[in-house]
Design a protein around this ligand. Sequence first.
Ligand code: DQA
Length: 148
Amino acid sequence: ASILVLHGPNLNLLGRREPDQYGAATLAEIDQALMDQAAEAGHHLQHLQSNAEYELIERIHGAPAEGIDFILFNPAAFTHTSVALRDALLAVRIPFIEVHLSNVHRRETFRHHSYFSDIAEGVICGLGATGYRLALAAALEKLDQAQE
Ligand code: DQA
C-alpha cells in the first residue's frame, strides 16, 4: 500500500523548536524512521512538510491519482484553523489518522478544538515521535485488514 505523511507549519523546526513540548527528534529523523517502518512491512511511504496551507491542499487533491491509500496528518497550527484542509480531506475520502506530538488537551484552550478529529479514523496526541510510529502501525493494520 501507499501511505502519505503530511506535516503542517513549523514542523520543519522540530528538534530546535520548543524541545520540551515537541521532543528532540528532527523531522528528518521522524520521516526516515517511518519510511523504514513502512518498507519493513512491504509498503511505500512518502512525506511532505509545508508551511503553506495551499501546498498541503494541493497534495491532498493529488493523492487519489497517486494511489495513496492512507494519510497520517499532523496539521500543526492548521489543526485549529483550517476548514479548507478539512474540506480537502472530505473531498478525496482517503482515510487518515491525526497525529500531534504534544498533548494538545493539556495546553491552551485554543488547541483543544480540532477541525479534523471528528472525520479522522483516529487521533494520537501527547506521545511525541512515538505517536507517528503507532499511527503508522495502526494504518498498516487497517490496510491489511481491508485487503483480506
Ligand atoms: C502540534 C500541536 C499544535 O497545536 C501546534 O500548533 C503545532 C504542533 C503538535 O504536534 O503537537 O504546531 O500539532
